[in-house]
Design a protein around this ligand. Structure first.
Ligand SMILES: [Zn+2]
Length: 343
């Protein structure tokens, strides 16, 4: 089968497009014929370094994917050959204390597609049946693929971790990236008020068109002051961020007393000053999060079907154009998901 895979680390030269063995399907697993995948920043990390992530080369890239069921156990109750499905990218061990408590996302032996095992930039992938979910109605394969990492991550951050309520205000940093846009969509559709930031006016304009209530240019405006002006001097209930050090101070100053900051990334650095006095005097909460559990994915997919949410797709490439697709992510110019169509 055709796939995009890494043979080393460091730049696009290590990314090859060619033939890889068809994945063998074990009992209890489902082999999916992929029609679309989308690209995440971690794909760049795997290409360039992969440090700290146990994996073997060559390895097929990609966490997100949607397609149709190719082969499945005959007694599988939910999934039938030909059915349109999308994938949860995290394969937990099912046996550790965290898995037993229903927190598979904290599994001590978590194996992620495209990080620890062959991923979705391929014509086929085989995963445990529990990771395969029927596609919500009304989505294309590309749109469905986009939900698996960004929207799931944003769902857990907003609703499980930060407990965002419809009458609250959330500040989303760095609008344009996949997870930030997912947060804007989910928070808006849940009824919350959303303030976004970007250093690019055209991205702010597009975010407004998607329902952002207020947009702040982080290059030309003081974010915390603008947030205070937009909230009558109160501050936001929740800060959603994955930018890290560059925005940390603004993020802390933008929170209302007792506010919650939830983070899933540190693109600009992971050692910001903690500002402990502000944290305890104003009783702020700092919450970390990555990805999400099966039950959260189930809820997300029901929410998508109910609300008609469609992930924002920046651009689509073929599997042969994977290098251009990775360049697009690396440029930071994208607004929404960069997708791969797989024939
Ligand atoms: Zn486990």
């Amino acid at each position: 089968m055709k796939a995009a895979y890494i043979v080393g680390h460091g730049g696009n030269e290590v990314v090859k497009v060619g033939q890889r063995p068809l994945p063998e399907r074990h009992a209890g697993h489902v082999r999916v014929r992929l029609h679309a995948a989308t690209i995440n920043r971690v794909d760049l990390y795997m290409r360039d370094s992969g440090a700290g992530i146990t994996h073997q080369l060559p390895q097929i890239m990609g966490l997100d994917g949607a397609g149709t069921v190719d082969e499945v156990d005959p007694d599988e109750p939910l999934l039938k050959p030909g059915q349109a499905v999308l994938l949860h990218p995290g394969i937990g061990c099912g046996r550790c204390a965290f898995c037993q408590r229903g927190e598979g996302v904290l599994c001590v032996r978590m194996s992620l597609l495209g990080e620890h095992r062959d991923g979705t930039f391929a014509q086929f992938v085989s995963v445990p049946a529990g990771n395969v979910f029927p596609m919500p109605a009304g989505l294309s394969f590309t749109e469905a693929a986009a939900l698996g990492v960004n929207h799931l991550t944003a769902w857990r951050m907003l609703f499980t971790k930060a407990q965002l309520k419809p009458w609250e205000t959330v500040l989303v940093f760095g609008i344009g990236g996949g997870v930030s846009l997912a947060a804007l969509q989910l928070a808006r559709l849940s009824g919350a008020r959303v303030i976004v930031t970007s250093r690019d006016d055209s991205k702010l304009e597009r975010a407004r068109a998607l329902g952002a209530d207020h947009a702040i240019n982080g290059r030309t405006q003081d974010v915390a002051k603008s947030v205070m002006a937009a909230t009558g001097g109160r501050g936001v209930d929740v800060v959603f961020e994955n930018v890290g050090a560059a925005v940390w101070s603004s993020a802390m100053k933008s929170l209302v007393r007792g506010g919650r900051l939830v983070t899933c990334g540190a693109t600009t650095g992971d050692q910001p000053p903690a500002d402990l006095r502000r944290i305890f005097i104003r009783q702020l909460q700092i919450l970390g999060s990555t990805l999400g559990n099966f039950d959260e994915f189930r809820d997300l997919l029901d929410f998508v079907e109910r609300t008609g949410l469609k992930p924002v797709i920046d651009s689509e490439y073929t599997l042969d154009q994977v290098h251009a697709a990775l360049d697009r992510i690396e440029s930071g110019a994208q607004f929404g998901k960069v997708a791969l169509r797989i024939d």
